[in-house]
Design a protein around this ligand. Structure first.
Ligand SMILES: NC(=O)c1ccc[n+]([C@@H]2O[C@H](COP(=O)([O-])OP(=O)(O)OC[C@H]3O[C@@H](n4cnc5c(N)ncnc54)[C@H](O)[C@@H]3O)[C@@H](O)[C@H]2O)c1
Length: 263
């Protein structure tokens, strides 16, 4: 088993939900920084395509179908990473869903699905990957949201799940202090991804994000991941890193995004 430190090109990262969107941006940034990358997604075809793209750029990458809510699939994926590279330095729990619903309109099946993917999935990932992360003195990066620390109208299960993910992040940072495994949460505002475009189109905004400002690119989130796992990020642990142009400290979302309509 190889300990962490030394050359970045020896280091290995696994990202969930990396077949498209924010997870793909994170995989690209980590690959660009020299990491070997395991690209996982419940959508095996997209994961394959993403890993092929990285390989065509000379990156050592492989793909694996992984439903983050399934502990058996986690075990198989982490075993495949260990077999291929013998180590894991960075786990990025990115996979998530954001269906709409108020406290009243959210049904039990929707609540369970959101919690299973957005919260349990991250916990299963860290639990399964821990033996390797401990050896590497590695990092766990959870992708929360600026809605980890504030509510949003009609997003009951989502906001609850992202707040729980922040709690899990802090708990993991504490539990793993002596193992020198650090755990952080990135809290983006709006990121231009296929998933967010689909959500906005369903809400009657087919042109989203045209005309808006301060929209984050998936690769910018990826660059934040690279920072957190670099020596420059060494003093951050159990922290929340907002990437939302300050949305979490203003009471007027429209001011951030130059949005004219009610939201
Ligand atoms: N886009 C935004 O504005 C935004 C803002 C803040 C936080 N986030 C968070 O970023 C993450 C990614 O969002 P996105 O916008 O890229 O969404 P997306 O829908 O574009 O991509 C999500 C990916 O996750 C995969 N996925 C879904 N369920 C899965 C499961 N059970 N197991 C494994 N993979 C699964 C999908 O197949 C897809 O490839 C989510 O956690 C989301 O909450 C997004």
């Amino acid at each position: 088993m190889i300990r962490s430190g030394g050359r970045i090109e020896d280091r290995v990262a696994l990202t969930t939900g990396a077949g498209r969107g924010l997870g793909l941006g994170i995989a690209r940034s980590l690959a660009g920084a020299g990491f070997k990358v395991a690209v996982t997604d419940i959508d095996a075809e997209n994961a394959d395509r993403a890993a092929s793209e990285l390989r065509s750029l000379g990156v050592d990458a492989f793909s694996s179908r992984l439903d983050v809510a399934d502990s058996t699939e986690w075990k198989a994926t982490v075993a495949a990473v260990e077999k291929r590279w013998g180590r894991l330095d960075v786990l990025v729990n990115n996979a998530g869903i954001s269906p709409r619903g108020t406290v009243e309109s959210t049904d039990e099946a929707l609540w369970d699905a959101v919690m299973a993917i957005n919260v349990k999935g991250a916990w299963l990932g860290m639990k399964t990957a821990l033996p390797l992360l401990k050896i590497a003195h590695g990092h766990i990066i959870n992708i929360g949201s600026n809605l980890s620390t504030r509510p949003a109208r009609g997003m009951c299960a989502y906001c609850s799940s992202k707040a729980a993910l922040l709690g899990l992040t802090r708990q993991a940072a504490l539990d793993l202090l002596d193992d020198e495994v650090r755990c952080m949460l990135i809290a983006p505002g709006w990121v231009d991804t296929p998933g967010e475009r689909e959500i906005q189109a369903r809400a009657g905004r087919p042109d989203w994000p045209r005309g808006l400002r301060n929209i984050t690119d998936p690769e910018q989130v990826g660059d934040a991941v690279v920072f957190l796992v670099s020596p420059a990020g060494r003093r951050l642990n159990g922290s929340i890193l907002y990437l939302d142009s300050g949305q979490h400290i203003v009471d007027d979302v429209k001011r951030i995004y130059n949005l004219n309509e009610e939201f």
